[in-house]
Design a protein around this ligand. Sequence first.
Ligand SMILES: [Zn+2]
Length: 129
Amino acid sequence: MYLIKPCPTCGKKLRFPINKGKVVVKCVCGNSFIADPDDSLLYEGGNFDLKPPKKNKQKKHEAKYLKKNLIEKIYSIKYKLQNYKILPAAEQKKIISILIIIASLIAILAVIIFSFSAFSTAKNNSLVI
Ligand SMILES: [Zn+2]
């Protein structure tokens, strides 16, 4: 946290931390003073700097964010599966329907593979005959 207070000599606004104990605040005019956060006089004529910290370059961090988001999603799925019994019925139905879709996709794939292999075996047999 920072305090903004005018320099007692020149009046220029100075910004300094108040959560790091006693600090020496130096002004461009050459004046310096010790800011003691425990001294209530320090806060006279000062304002707290409540501005949120500057946002990082978002676009640069977007990829990182997406990756983090994906990991969080995976973890939430893991959590849901682990706590399946205590989930609300709507969530349970959702999970079951997703599992059924995945299972049916695997089944379809298996049928396709099986029919292909059966077809090729039949072809080979006919060649033998
Ligand atoms: Zn000054």
